[in-house]
Each structure stands twice: as C-alpha cells, then as structure tokens.
Write a protein of this length. Sequence first.
Length: 110
Amino acid sequence: MSKLFIGGLAEHTDDQTLRAKFEEFGTVEEVMVVKDKDTGRPRGFGFVIFTNEADAIAARNVMNDSEFNGRYIRVDTASSNTRQGGGSYGSGGAGGQWGGYTQGQGYGGY
C-alpha cells in the first residue's frame, strides 16, 4: 500500500473525480478529498492510496506539477510518520491510514 498527498486541488474536485484520474495509473484502494469540518467545503488537498507502490510512483511522476481540473497540482508521497494526539482520521490510533492528518489541522503546512 502506498499513499500520495495531492495538493492544489480545485474546489469542485470530489473523491470520484480524483479516483477516476488516479485509477489511470493502477488500482486505487481509497481516496479522500479533505473537507473543512465546519463548512463541508473542500480544503484544496487530498490523499490517494494505491494498492501497489509502483503504480503510486508512476502516478506521482506523471501528475506532479500537471494540470488537473483547471489547476496545477502537487503530488508527493505522503508522510507515513504520525503525529501525537487524538482525533486522527482513519483507523489504527494516532495517524491512521492518512499519515497523521487530523480534522482541523493542516497537512505538512499545505
């Protein structure tokens, strides 16, 4: 399993649109466009989890700094380190499968 961070997403990008694009590179296990917990509006970034690491690398290499849905996006390997504290998204304690992202926090300054 290999996780990518996708930054710079257009506001109208949803999980299905993101999944459809990244499935061009291989089997996508899960997709999440992060939304503001109060307004429900997209925050401009998300995550894509691939079953196969080689597919994730190919997607990163092609999609980083490319135009998607009218915006140039940043695609990078998501950090697998976890943050201390509770309330993390996903399962598995602090960090879960989203690499330490907690609703209400940014991800690595993005």
